[in-house]
Unconditional design. Structure first.
Length: 152
């Protein structure tokens, strides 16, 4: 069971210690351990650009096909979220410019591939995994626009 304690009761039973001990009696402070933060995602920049391009292509396709004044604000908001969703991580990877870990170049990505939680992936397999959803979204948008054009 919990009970409410007032300051006088706490002060009567508490062991009070000096928060700032004498510097001569203080133990030696261990040197700080440097922790390297890997802020990159080991994928070349081109894959991120292609992903953003697919999402923006979907928005442009649907915006042009279904252009009405009511859709201006939602499309601007969607575009903002896509740009921010990829722009903020891009800024995040550049916060520590002297970090030893850098994003892979396209040549190194082609040569080495990438290791994920499920094992090693070749560059082609990793590219398919990264771009399958954005490409399917573009294809879906084109299908919707085509169906809408045929129905009109």
């Amino acid at each position: 069971m919990a009970q409410k304690l007032n300051r006088a009761t706490i002060a009567a039973h508490a062991d009070v210690h000096d928060l700032l001990p004498d510097l001569q009696q203080a133990p030696a402070i261990a040197p700080a351990i440097t922790h390297v933060v890997d802020r990159n995602f080991e994928l070349p920049r081109g894959l991120y650009i292609a992903t953003v391009a697919c999402y923006l292509t979907f928005l442009a396709t649907t915006a042009l096909a279904f252009s009405t004044p009511e859709l201006i604000i939602p499309m601007v908001i969607f575009t903002f979220f896509i740009v921010a969703g990829f722009g903020i991580p891009t800024i995040w990877t550049k916060l520590s410019p002297d970090a030893p870990a850098k994003a892979k170049s396209w040549a190194k990505f082609q040569r080495d591939g990438i290791t994920s939680l499920t094992g090693h992936n070749t560059a082609g397999a990793a590219t398919v995994q990264v771009l399958i959803l954005p490409v399917l979204i573009v294809v879906w948008g084109l299908a919707v626009v085509t169906i809408a054009a045929l129905v009109r």
